[in-house]
Design a protein around this ligand. Structure first.
Ligand SMILES: Nc1ncnc2c1ncn2[C@@H]1O[C@H](COP(=O)(O)OP(=O)(O)OP(=O)(O)O)[C@@H](O)[C@H]1O
Length: 566
């Protein structure tokens, strides 16, 4: 028998086929099929097949490595995680680019649950739309009635704005002459993955600077959207139960002058903050080894302006405001520490109504009588300060709170403002210098406060819509002036414009008489009895008619007194 003849095994398969059968189960059957029906002996092509398989294997092994090496050589890539603010910056930036309008694959959403970009959404854009952007003519402007204006506004508001962002997968665009690729991917492996995504931003260049430029542009666009508005963050529990700050809104800054408070106290508060924020002060603290932190306590009855002052100060200093309620569900010392650890270098943290969280002298499970407060050295004890009789697994202890406020790991540079309606109930440990450096008391309105509130409501404000002029009974005859103005030779043909200007001046003049009206109002509203919120609330019911406000003031005072007695 020739030596190159294929040997046959007892099963009827050639030795080669038997060998391949062992390596590739089913090969014998396929081989027999080919020989019987197609007259093709697969074994004759064996070497070619093996060659192909080897080449394919090599390519499969080498290709990704070559691709990686080429990527390293010619492509720079930035990875952006969803938990990070940069994700929001990028989505904001991309969604506003012209190429986004052309893309054929996008995610359309009105709710943040479907698109994480929305998790940062606030109503500030919508607020701007409502305002004075002229999309809907304002009532009174061009003979548009309020009903017409309102119907248009309502029909527009029925439709929530749909936002479009790039969908999962790759998107290509040009940026400053470079070809960019944005890849949006969904993370599969995370345990609590509800919406865990990543962005991969690549550019065809070895120089990563272009990516950094784009990311900086995204950040700039996003931050500039807020302009000089006061940005407010609040603590939010994440899906993995950790806490993080999320932007909840941005508001036009409140002028400090609109907060009615003793001028000296107000100025003192702001000056103290300015002094603290001065770069020299930081160095001064560091040189002396003093932790660079500042704390304020604003106390007084509800509705006297504590939150308003804090908000106005944040607006004036251009600081972000971080709101934290100690009663936030699930908030414990660990959560609070991590929140404080992620505060920016300069900001205001507002802990509102700190007494309601149980950080009072009435601690633990034993409720002490109000007139016999316990004398406990809270610096040494670690008694849970969850509300008496309401202990739970979560909650902040006094020592926990103190640790977070000024412990070793506490953040530096922040301004802490705590507000309370009951300063007497707070533990002295919380109030000691270093934790509370300045305390401001808010009280019921004085005569001057009532006067200021009255004047601030009725004073001439430039942006106010034109309103019916207030009669002062001092013989101002506008129509007479209109006639005079129109016929004035100096004004020439510009009569209409001049009349409008005159009307404005007229309003200013009339409003100057508001001080007479406010004098009448303070005669009726006694000082030391009402909060600023109460007075403001009453005046807002007569916001165009100060004379009506004066006429109804006695009745209102009586009503409030009766309600308090009841
Ligand atoms: N001193 C004030 N000056 C100007 N407005 C005030 C003042 N006090 C209260 N207001 C008005 O009353 C409302 C409530 O005020 P704010 O929330 O600042 O009171 P608060 O003292 O923080 O109340 P709470 O103790 O209930 O938190 C706001 O609309 C604010 O404009």
């Amino acid at each position: 028998m020739a030596s190159n003849q294929t040997s046959t095994t007892t099963t009827g398969l050639s030795s080669e086929t038997a060998l391949l059968e062992a390596l590739i189960p089913g090969y014998g059957l396929v081989s027999r099929f080919f020989i019987s029906y197609l007259k093709i002996d697969l074994n004759a092509y064996l070497q070619v097949l093996i060659g192909f398989a080897l080449v394919a294997g090599c390519i499969r092994f080498i290709y990704p490595r070559v691709l990686d090496s080429l990527s390293d050589l010619f492509i720079s890539t930035a990875e952006i995680r969803m938990e990070d603010d940069v994700f929001t910056y990028m989505m904001y930036w991309v969604s506003r680019q012209p190429h986004m309008k052309q893309t054929t694959r996008f995610l359309a959403s009105v709710k943040y649950k479907t698109d994480p970009y929305w998790s940062d959404s606030d109503d500030s854009e919508a607020e701007n739309d409502d305002d004075e952007n002229g999309t809907i003519a304002q009532p009174g402007s061009t003979a548009v009635s309020f009903d017409e204006y309102w119907a248009k506004l309502m029909s527009r508001d029925r439709y929530k704005k749909i936002k479009f962002t790039p969908s999962k997968g790759c998107h290509y665009f040009w940026y400053k002459g470079y070809l960019m690729r944005l890849q949006r991917t969904q993370e599969e492996s995370r345990r609590f993955a509800t919406n865990s995504e990543r962005l991969w931003l690549s550019c065809l260049s070895r120089n990563p600077e272009i990516l950094k430029e784009l990311l900086a542009d995204g950040q700039k666009a996003y931050i500039e959207r807020d302009g000089n508005r006061t940005v407010i963050y609040r603590a939010k529990r994440d899906y993995d139960r950790s806490f993080d700050w999320v932007k909840c809104m941005s508001r036009s800054p409140r002028p400090l002058s609109t907060v009615i408070l003793d001028q000296e106290q107000k100025q003192g508060f702001v000056d103290d903050m300015r002094e603290y924020l001065h770069p020299h002060t930081r160095r001064w603290y560091t040189d002396r080894g003093i932790p660079y932190r500042r704390g304020y306590l604003l106390h007084g009855p509800p509705g006297t302006g504590k939150t308003s002052l804090c908000f106005a100060a944040a607006g004036m200093l251009g600081l972000k405001l971080y709101l934290l309620n100690l009663k936030t569900n699930g908030l414990d010392e660990e959560g609070m520490s991590s929140l404080f650890a992620y505060l920016p270098r300069r900001c205001i943290v507002l802990l509102e109504d700190i007494d309601t969280a149980g950080v009072t002298q009435t601690r633990g499970k034993t409720v002490m009588p109000e007139d016999d407060p316990p004398k406990i050295d809270s610096e040494k004890e670690d008694v849970p300060l969850v509300a008496s009789g309401n202990p739970g697994p979560d909650g902040i202890t006094l020592s926990g709170l103190l640790n977070v406020i000024d412990g070793v790991a506490a953040s530096e540079g922040r301004i802490l403002v705590m507000t309370t309606n009951h300063p007497d109930k707070l533990d002295p440990a919380l109030l000691r210098p270093g934790r509370v450096d300045m305390s401001i008391g808010f009280a019921y309105t004085t005569e001057q406060d009532v006067r200021d509130l009255f004047e601030s409501i009725y004073k001439y404000v430039r942006r106010d819509r034109p309103r019916t002029l207030i009669s002062t009974g001092k013989g101002d005859d506008l129509s007479q002036r209109e006639k005079q103005t129109q016929s004035s030779p100096i004004e020439g043909g510009n009569g209409k414009k001049i009349v409008q200007k005159e009307k404005k001046n007229e309003e200013i003049i009339l409003r100057a008489n508001i001080s007479d009206l406010s004098a009448a109002f303070v005669q009726i509203v006694p000082s030391g009895e009402f909060t600023a919120a109460e007075v403001q609330g009453y005046l807002l019911n007569h916001k165009d008619r100060p004379d009506d406000a004066i006429a109804g003031a006695s009745k209102w005072v009586e009503e409030i007194r009766k309600n308090r007695d009841a």
